[in-house]
Design a protein around this ligand. Structure first.
Ligand code: ZN
Length: 391
């Protein structure tokens, strides 16, 4: 990959903790992230094609076991990555020597080994940071295009950190959800957004890694640019309509996020997304993203958006469905950064009224779909939302 510009458009800054002690839990997650990044073009074969083979399972177990954060360990953090690499190389030797493999299988595992020992790349230091930076750049570009003007300082500075968790972030007790051990949250300030990437320290494997593009896209798309700039209760706008828009954008931008692994990243992003929409486990959680009553808000926001897409598709059968979805996602983005004296509750009201079955809304939506650069006033008026002025 090319060297990122000195000041990326997304203004991403790595979080620097104020302590010199290496955090071994963070380091063990980073080490697994580095290995998963090096393997990402082969993760589909490792988990799907060979996912039920004892050889593949043993290797993935070693990935977890070899990166256990040591208690009371001193020394440079890089040692943990070296230990993990060595454990995996030994495991691959065992697999090749004793496994039930054909020639193609031997080639596959030797290729994994070659990826492990290849010369480090510039982006190896912080694979999650590299991914987040790509997400920020993609989302920022989409918002600028949707708004039709540079965002300038209205786009906040972004810091991020990995937060190792002692429990599964979704408290999963069932096998469907168990491998998805990563989650995100955003804390907003006047000029800044802090992205936390929560990862279960005991288990960070291919499914969690491959679900990160979808998770991070949701966090950056829905929460980082939010106006007004303060933390919000999950609602039909923040977790319904914006979640729908973020996922629509994720599906369109995934190929830029994990090149070579976009198929598996799409698959796991969709899988986690489906689990999040309806899974009862999610009703219990209380972070930015999850809370009581969230699942109905999420489902309602998605249904209203899909009804708009279906309506416009029916009237314009020559148009491509993805383009229609992205145009509506652009409306969600514009509304998200639209200040104009609107509170989040007014944006919720707008989403609730977002139905082409209302004649005024149908007219306003028709104008918007024909020319997505029109002002938001007509749409807001059609929803019955009153504003103190808009831009
Ligand atoms: Zn959210």
């Amino acid at each position: 990959m090319s060297t990122p510009p000195a000041l990326p458009a997304s203004r991403l800054r790595p979080y620097r903790p104020g302590t010199s002690d290496p955090d071994w839990a963070v380091e063990s997650i980073r080490a697994r992230g580095v290995v998963l990044t090096r393997w990402h073009e082969r993760l589909g074969e490792l988990t799907d094609l060979r996912g039920n083979d004892p050889e593949s399972r043993a290797l993935l177990e070693t990935l977890q076991f070899g990166a256990r954060p040591a208690r009371h360990r001193a020394g440079p953090p890089a040692a943990l990555l070296e230990r993990l690499r060595e454990a995996l190389r030994r495991q691959i030797d065992l697999i090749v020597e004793y496994g039930q493999l054909d020639l193609r299988g031997i080639e596959f595992y030797r290729a994994l080994e070659a990826d492990l020992v290849a010369t480090p790349q510039a982006d190896e230091e912080d694979p999650i940071g590299v991914l987040l930076e790509r997400v920020c750049d993609q989302v920022h570009a989409f918002y600028e295009q949707a708004v039709g003007a540079p965002l300038g300082s209205s786009w906040p500075g972004i810091t991020w950190k990995v937060v190792p968790t002692r429990l599964h972030p979704y408290q999963a007790g069932d096998p469907d959800l168990a491998p998805y051990t990563a989650a995100g949250s955003v804390a907003l300030g006047e000029q800044q957004a802090d992205v936390d990437v929560h990862i279960y320290a005991q288990h960070f494997g291919p499914e969690a890694y491959l679900s990160l593009p979808a998770i991070l896209t949701h966090e950056v798309f829905a929460h980082v640019p939010a106006q007004p700039r303060r933390d919000h209760e999950p609602s039909i706008f923040t977790e319904g309509f914006l979640d729908w828009a973020a996922f629509t954008f994720f599906e369109a931008s995934c190929r830029h996020l994990l090149r070579g692994a976009e198929g598996p990243a799409l698959h796991h992003g969709r899988r986690l997304h489906d689990l999040r929409k309806g899974h009862p486990k999610f009703l219990r959680l209380g972070r930015t993203d999850e809370g009581d009553g969230l699942t109905p808000a999420r489902r309602a926001g998605h249904q209203l958006a899909e009804a708009v897409v279906t309506w416009w598709e029916r009237h314009n059968p020559e148009l491509d469905g993805t383009a229609i979805r992205l145009r509506l996602a652009g409306l969600a983005a514009r509304l998200n950064v639209h200040d104009g004296g609107l509170e989040m509750s007014a944006k919720d009201e707008f989403v609730t009224a977002l139905s082409p079955r209302r004649p005024a809304m149908e007219r306003a939506l028709t104008h918007y779909f024909r020319d997505p650069t029109v002002g938001l006033d007509a749409l807001l008026a059609a929803s019955g939302v009153t504003t103190r002025g808009s831009r």
